[in-house]
Design a protein around this ligand. Structure first.
Ligand code: ATP
Ligand code: MG
Length: 656
C-alpha cells in the first residue's frame, strides 16, 4: 500500500520550546521503561497513588491471559481521587467547572466532592448496596454522575455506566448482564435545548419481562429537569433526599488491587458490545500516569476539558479517574456543541481559560464542516495541548485542529487506545515528540507494541503493507476479562496470536520508516481490491483532503471482477452544497487515484447528508457494507440515529 500523498502528512512539528522546557514528561521516561519495564510500572504505582498497603509485587502473569497487577497492595479509588487532595490542603481547588446546557453553572471543589461522595456512599449503603455489588449508572453529564461513580468506588461496588442516550432495552441488557442491584438515574437532562426525560426508560427497563424480574432493588433519582416522573414506592428514592438523610462521613473500603472497579460495555462498532472488566490498582495507575504525561498536566495552573461523555471509557479515564487522581481542575459540559449556537465550545474555552482539550475526530470534522468563522471570534490563546481519540484522525483534520483551534501553536496528540486497554497506549508526548499529522506515533513508555503479519512475523519499520497491531506485553490498565465470559475473552483477544501470547487489538496498522505507527482502521474493514490490501482510513483521508469533502466513509463491497470494489460515502462541505453529484463523484474518484494510486479509486461515490455512527461518534462501516452489497442492514441498536440508514438507502436507489 502506498502512502497518501496529501500535503499535511509531510509536515512535522517539533515541541514548542517553552512547553518542552517545563514538561512533566521527558525523554528519560522511555529509557527508564526500556531498562526495567516492571520496575518502571512499580514506581508509577507507588508515586501516583496512595496505598493503604503498599504493593510489593508488580505483575503476576502466571495465569495468563488473566493478569494480576500490584496484587498484594490495598487502596480505595475514591480516597485516591478525593480524600487525599483534601487532606493535603487542596480542598478549595476546583475539581469541576460544570456548565449546564441551558446556561446554569456549578463550581465543584475537591471539598464539595468529598462531602457529596461520602453522603452518597452512605445513601447507597442504606439502600442495601454492599462491597462487590454492581450498580448501574444512567445519568446525563451532571456533577452527580461523577459523585455516583466515586460513591460506588468508595464502597468497592463496581459501577456499570450506561450511556444516557441508550434505550430502555439497552439499559436492561446491561443491567441483566452485570446483575446490577441498583440504578442511579435522573428525571432527565438537557440535550439540544430541550429537557430529555430519562426516568421513563429506567421504569421500562426494570419491568418484569417474560416473567423475569430485574435484579434491581433500588433506584436513586437525581432531580435535574424537574419534570413529572412516575414513582415506584419502595424502589425509587430521590437522590437529594437520600443524601440529606445519610450520615455525612464515610470510611472508604480498602480493597485489594485486583478488586473490580467497573464494568463498561464497548461501543459496538464491530458487533455485540462486550462487558469489559477493569480492576482497581492497575487501572488507576495507568489512568493517572497517562493523563499526567500525555496532557503535560500541571494541576495548579491547568484547566483541562475532555469533551467525551461519561458513558464511554474516555469519560471514565479522562473525565473522572485520571484528572481527579492528578488533582486537576476540569471543565464538564452537559449538552451538545451547537446549543444554543455552534460556537458554544469556544465560548466555554474562552470563559474558563481551558489549557488542555481532548475530543474526537468526528467532533473536529463537524467543526470543520461548520466553518472556521465560528472559532475566529473567540480568544483561544489559553490552549496549550490538544488531544484526539476514538478514530484515526485524518491529516487534514489534524492540521485544521492545530491551526484553527490551536492557533498554529499547540501540539496535537493523537491517542490510540480502547475500552479494553483502560488508558492511552500509543501517543506522542507533547514536550518530547516531533509530531506527524495523522500518525498516533509511538507507544508510551512502559507499553510494548508491534505490527505483525498474518503469521505473526514482525513487520519492520518502513514496510509498505498493512499489518495487525498487537500488544506484546501486559500493561497495568489492561482489561481483566469480559464480564461473565472468560471464553469470549480468550477468543476475542488472545487466540489470534496464541503461540506468541500477544493481545490482538483488531486494528490494522503500519510503521513508517521512522518507526511511527499509523492506524489503518479495523482489521475487518481492510479492503482487498485485485489482490491489493487497501485501508479504509487512507482512502477516507484522501477524500477529506479534497476541498469539497467534510466527511467520508469507505467500504469494500464484493465485486465480480476485482474481488472487492471500493464504495465511498461522502458528506460535502457547506461551500460545495448544490454541486452536481455525478461530476463531483468523478472528480473525487480521480482525486483518490492521484493521491494514493489508481487501484484505490472508488468504484462508486455516493453523496449523503449523514453517516451511520455509534453513539460515541464512530462510523459503523459494517452497515454501509450491507447497503453497498444490497443486503438487509444488520444490528442497528447502538446507532445514534436509526433513520440515517433509511435516508442513505433512499439516496442510493435514487442515484442508481
Ligand atoms: P466494539 O469493540 O464493540 O466494536 P469499539 O471498538 O468502537 O466497539 P471502543 O473501545 O470505544 O469501542 O473503541 C476502540 C477502537 O477505537 C480502537 O480499537 C480503534 O479502532 C479506534 N480508535 C481509538 N482511538 C484511535 C486512534 N487514536 N486512532 C485510530 N483508531 C482509534
Ligand atoms: Mg473494539
Amino acid at each position: 500500500m502506498t502512502q497518501t500523498a496529501t500535503e499535511p502528512q509531510h509536515q512535522t512539528f517539533p515541541p514548542p520550546a517553552d512547553l518542552a522546557a517545563g514538561a512533566v514528561a521527558t525523554a528519560d521516561l522511555y529509557e527508564e521503561a526500556a531498562t526495567d519495564r516492571l520496575a518502571f510500572w512499580g514506581r508509577q504505582a507507588n508515586e501516583l497513588l496512595t496505598w493503604d498497603t503498599a504493593p510489593t509485587q508488580v505483575l503476576d502473569w502466571s495465569d495468563a491471559p488473566f493478569a494480576k497487577w500490584f496484587a498484594d497492595g490495598k487502596l480505595n479509588a475514591a480516597a485516591n481521587c478525593v480524600d487525599r487532595h483534601v487532606a493535603a490542603g487542596n480542598g478549595n481547588r476546583v475539581a469541576f467547572h460544570w456548565v449546564g446546557e441551558p446556561g446554569d453553572t456549578v463550581t465543584v471543589t475537591y471539598a464539595d466532592l468529598h462531602a457529596q461522595v461520602q453522603r452518597a456512599a452512605n445513601a447507597l449503603s442504606d439502600l442495601g448496596v454492599r462491597t462487590g455489588d454492581r450498580v448501574a449508572i444512567y445519568l446525563p453529564m451532571i456533577p452527580e454522575a461523577v459523585v455516583a461513580m466515586l460513591a460506588c468506588a468508595r464502597l468497592g461496588a463496581p459501577h456499570s455506566v450506561v450511556f444516557s442516550g441508550f434505550s430502555a432495552q439497552a439499559l436492561r441488557d446491561r443491567v441483566d448482564d452485570a446483575q446490577a442491584v441498583a440504578v442511579i438515574t435522573a428525571d432527565g437532562g438537557y440535550r439540544r435545548g430541550e429537557p430529555a426525560p430519562l426516568k421513563p426508560a429506567v421504569d421500562a427497563a426494570l419491568e418484569t419481562k417474560d416473567g423475569v424480574e430485574s435484579t434491581v432493588k433500588a433506584v436513586l433519582v437525581v432531580q435535574r429537569t424537574k419534570g413529572e416522573v412516575a414513582w415506584t414506592q419502595g424502589r425509587d428514592h430521590w437522590w437529594h433526599e437520600a443524601l440529606a438523610a445519610a450520615a455525612p462521613t464515610h470510611e472508604p473500603v480498602s480493597v485489594e488491587a485486583e478488586h473490580p472497579l467497573f464494568v463498561l460495555y464497548t461501543s459496538g462498532s464491530t458487533g455485540k458490545p462486550k462487558g469489559i472488566l477493569h480492576t482497581t490498582g492497575g487501572y488507576l495507575t495507568q489512568a493517572a500516569y497517562t493523563h499526567r504525561n500525555v496532557f503535560d498536566l500541571h494541576p495548579e495552573t491547568d484547566v483541562y476539558w475532555c469533551g467525551a461523555d461519561i458513558g464511554w471509557v474516555t469519560g471514565h479515564t479522562y473525565i473522572v479517574y485520571g484528572p481527579l487522581l492528578n488533582g486537576a481542575t476540569s471543565v464538564m459540559y452537559e449538552g451538545t456543541p451547537n446549543t444554543p449556537t455552534q460556537d458554544r465550545w469556544w465560548q466555554i474555552v474562552e470563559t474558563y481559560g481551558v489549557t488542555k482539550l481532548y475530543t474526537a475526530p468526528t467532533t473536529i470534522r463537524t467543526f470543520m464542516k461548520w466553518g472556521e468563522e465560528l472559532v475566529s471570534g473567540h480568544d483561544l490563546s489559553s490552549l496549550k495541548v490538544l488531544g484526539s481519540v476514538g478514530e484515526p484522525i485524518n491529516p487534514e483534520a489534524w492540521t485544521w485542529y492545530r491551526r484553527v483551534i490551536g492557533g498554529d501553536r499547540t501540539p496535537v496528540v493523537d491517542t490510540w487506545w480502547q475500552t479494553e486497554t483502560g488508558g492511552i497506549m500509543i501517543s506522542a508526548l507533547p514536550g518530547v515528540t516531533t509530531l506527524k499529522p495523522g500518525s498516533a506515533q509511538v507507544p508510551l513508555p512502559g507499553i510494548s507494541v508491534e505490527v505483525v503479519d498474518d503469521e505473526g512475523r514482525v513487520l519492520p519499520a518502513g514496510h509498505e503493507g498493512a499489518g495487525y497491531l498487537v500488544l506484546t506485553e501486559p500493561w497495568p490498565g489492561m482489561l481483566r476479562g469480559i464480564w461473565g465470559d472468560d471464553e469470549r475473552y480468550r477468543d476475542t483477544y488472545w487466540s489470534r496470536f496464541r503461540d506468541q501470547g500477544w493481545y490482538f487489538a483488531g486494528d490494522g496498522a503500519r510503521r513508517d520508516a521512522d518507526g511511527d505507527v499509523w492506524l489503518l482502521g479495523r482489521v475487518d474493514d481492510v479492503m482487498n481490491v485485485s489482490g491489493h490490501r487497501i485501508s479504509t482510513t487512507e482512502v477516507e483521508s484522501a477524500l477529506v483532503s479534497h476541498s469539497s469533502v467534510a466527511e467520508a466513509a469507505v467500504v469494500g463491497a464484493s465485486d465480480p471482477t476485482t474481488g472487492q470494489g471500493i464504495v465511498a460515502f461522502v458528506i460535502l462541505r457547506e461551500s460545495a452544497h448544490g454541486a452536481d453529484p455525478a461530476s463531483i463523484g468523478q472528480e473525487l474518484r480521480n482525486h483518490v487515484a492521484r493521491e494514493i494510486s489508481p487501484i484505490a479509486k472508488p468504484r462508486q461515490v455516493f453523496v449523503v447528508s449523514e453517516l451511520p455512527k455509534t453513539r460515541s461518534g464512530k462510523i459503523m462501516r459494517r452497515l454501509l457494507r450491507d447497503v453497498a452489497e444490497d443486503r438487509q442492514v444488520g444490528d442497528v441498536t447502538t446507532l445514534a440515529d436509526s433513520s440515517v440508514m433509511a435516508s442513505i438507502q433512499a439516496g442510493m436507489s435514487a442515484g442508481k
